[in-house]
Design a protein around this ligand. Structure first.
Ligand code: NOJ
Length: 670
């Protein structure tokens, strides 16, 4: 197992606390001095504003709350205290886009008190990093506000003018973020989800999201003016947004800023605003590549439920295990082995039984067979949103898997609602998903959560929360009525969905010649499927195709070689919706990997290799689109070559329409 305890801090901590001289006017700057946060009261109402390089980017925006059980807290305040801190530490991750993460920020903590009435107290904490701002509200223990029933959070985000934004709508298309991102002017949006990524009029980029969503409702953004959103919390079915008991704190509201979209994608601000790891032993947490009894169900070649096409049989599982063992995959996902899949499971999940298998599947035997071959079963809990039914069985379900050596479970919540009435991203869902992650940790089980609440960096605190879906994945290329994911999709998500954390997108479809009733298609070339292993980070990374489709295809070597855990990552170039190139260094070796992809347009991409180490010659194993490749009618034309390169070399790629390229750099001479 990898280098065992990771949740320690390294480096040095600089902490300085001082009270502000003039508490009526409080501001702090980022460590590099470029970002400036101002906080002030206007007639007792709190406002924050943000500027970058002396230019305003967020105009004074008001803050506050409305409650069901007491008067609002939004004006009538005075500042009673304001203190400043700064932190500069480096901490290490067991897995991620980076091994070492620097947390360098300045903090302003303001204590507000109502001037009259119950004289309630509210803290607001701001942290300014070089790449953005986070702020949260804290309700300290106090007699006149001990239980909170929040019906509105009044945080505004006011831009200097109307900007362009990449966004997906809230709940109207589906309730777990599986929409295509679109770019419009702010004034043309609905209520939108976060992360929302803004293309600013000065050419810079900004994203609004949140961090450390642990016991609160998700924040969506309600358009209140063509240059302004206000936080709109996802409600419980009774209309209440959040229940809390003091002391109580909200998640962090975050504003990421960068000169390029790549700056947003490489930011660690969200992780830095989460609590450090709370698990004592994480030696069992292992990033893994896996295959699965999965794509064949989506293509309708197998079924989840019983019948002649049942995929999850003991015999079939053993074939998959054999393939995984022969090709170096650590896991085999098995969906459809347990009772509950017969009938319309997606409508009502209350028949799911997580401990009883179908007669043609022997879980103990399959796990024993896998263990002999050093392959673990990846367990599966599809709930269809029936949370009550799942929570009743949770302990037994994880105990069963633990007994058989299963150390990761994919969960699923296909249904518009949880328990027939609650949103996935309301406080009910947030609490449930956290309960699952915490319970799983007690059984030493990693989680891959489909149909989740959006990621907000909780994987720092619970590093067994490996990956989530929460986006439009490969599966849409099997059955979606709109033909599948357009070629631009994966050039957008690194700068939008990926700001919420690892995505179990499931790359690696090699056979493009399939036919489903919906007529959907994978709209990429084969080389682009390879590149997605570098572009889309997930520490549980799937080779999604039916395994036999990989046999005798030379490009499969890249899928076998590519890691799913990284010590360094860099975005070399990218225009959202057009193209992107990312390089990453293996967490456990000196190898580097490159992925570059384009939308439906063919394009030439040139990169310099200055990210490679000085003094080392590398063998570059290049998988690129063949000259006749095209996502529409010739996706499998691929050209594989090897070249010696150093950090002074450059590489050029001719990307086909819907194409890409993937490169492995193996050090050969020091
Ligand atoms: C939706 C998930 O995203 C997919 O991966 C899974 O196969 C089905 N639900 C069934 O659980």
């Amino acid at each position: 197992m990898k280098n065992v305890i990771f949740c320690f801090l390294i480096g040095c901590i600089f902490l300085s606390v001082q009270s502000c001289n003039s508490p009526g006017n409080t501001s702090i700057t980022s460590p590099d001095g470029q970002l400036k946060l101002d906080f002030f009261l206007k007639k007792g109402e709190p406002f924050y504003a943000l500027s970058r390089g002396g230019e305003e980017i967020i105009l004074p925006s008001s803050m506050g709350f409305e409650f069901k059980n007491m008067p609002p807290m939004k004006d009538n305040f005075k500042i009673v205290k304001a203190t400043k801190d700064s932190v500069n530490i480096t901490w290490e991750q067991p897995w991620g886009q980076f091994k070492k993460v620097r947390d360098n920020h300045k903090e302003l903590s303001v204590t507000l008190q109502e001037k009259s009435g119950d004289k309630r107290i509210l803290h607001i904490i701001f942290r300014v990093f070089d790449d953005g701002l986070g702020f949260r509200y804290e309700f300290p223990e106090q007699p006149n506000a001990d239980s909170l029933v929040i019906i509105n959070e009044l945080t505004q985000f006011t831009f200097t003018r109307e900007q362009k934004v990449w966004w997906i709508p809230v709940h109207s298309e589906n309730s777990y973020y599986e929409s295509l991102f679109r770019l419009t002017k702010m004034g043309e949006t609905d209520t939108i989800n976060t992360p929302a990524t803004f293309e600013m009029n000065d050419g810079s980029f900004l994203a609004i999201h949140e961090a450390a969503l642990t016991d609160y409702a998700s924040m969506t953004l309600l358009l209140t003016d063509s240059n302004q959103y206000e936080s709109d919390l996802v409600p419980w079915s009774n209309g209440v947004k959040v229940y809390g008991r003091v002391p109580f704190q909200t998640p962090w509201r975050t504003i990421l800023v960068g000169d390029t979209p790549g700056d947003l994608a490489m930011s660690n601000l969200t992780l830095n605003l989460n609590e450090p790891c709370v698990l004592d032993d994480i030696s069992w947490i292992e990033p893994t590549k896996y295959i699965g009894i999965w794509w064949a169900m989506h293509l309708d070649e197998y079924t989840w439920g019983q019948g002649p096409k049942h995929g999850a049989t003991t015999q079939n599982a053993k074939r998959y295990i054999d393939f995984a063992a022969e090709n170096g995959f650590g896991g085999v996902l098995i969906e459809g082995w347990n009772l509950g899949w017969d009938g319309n499971w997606a409508k009502d999940g209350s028949d799911f039984n997580f401990t009883t298998s179908y007669p043609d599947f022997d879980l103990e035997e399959v796990c024993r067979y896998g263990a002999k071959k050093n392959v673990r079963i990846i367990g599966h809990h599809e709930t269809a949103g029936a949370v009550f039914n799942y929570e009743k069985q949770l302990e037994d379900a994880f105990a069963l898997y633990h007994r058989y050596g299963v150390n990761s479970v994919k969960t699923g919540y296909v249904n518009k609602y949880l328990d027939g009435k609650e949103w996935h991203d309301g406080q009910f869902g947030v609490r449930h998903y956290r309960n699952v992650v915490e319970t799983a940790a007690r059984y030493k089980i990693m989680i891959d959560n489909h149909e989740p609440v959006k990621g907000t960096g909780l994987e720092r605190t619970y590093p067994n929360l490996m990956a989530q879906e929460g986006g439009r994945g490969q599966e849409y290329n099997a059955w979606s009525a709109d033909g599948g994911n357009p070629p631009s999709h994966t050039t957008i998500i690194p700068f939008t969905r990926m700001l919420a954390g690892p995505f179990d997108f499931t790359p690696g479809i090699f056979n493009f010649d399939y036919h489903t009733a919906a007529g959907a298609k994978v709209q990429t070339t084969l080389a682009k499927q390879l590149a997605l292993y570098v572009i889309i980070f997930s520490p549980l990374q799937m080779a999604a195709d039916i395994p036999w489709n990989y046999e005798n295809v030379p490009a499969f070597q890249f899928v076998k070689d590519v890691p799913c855990n990284w010590s360094e990552s860099k975005v070399l170039n990218g225009i959202i919706g057009e193209f992107v190139t990312i390089v990453r260094k293996d967490y456990n070796s000196e190898e580097w990997y490159l992925g570059t992809i384009t939308n439906e347009k063919k394009r030439n991409i040139s990169v310099d290799l200055s990210f490679l180490e000085e003094g080392i010659t590398y063998l570059a194993q290049i998988y690129e689109d063949g000259v006749k490749a095209n996502y529409k009618d010739n996706p499998t034309d691929i050209h594989i070559i090897e070249k010696k390169v150093t950090k002074d070399s450059g590489l050029s790629f001719k990307l086909a329409p819907g194409g890409g390229a993937a490169v492995r750099f193996v050090p050969i001479v020091r």
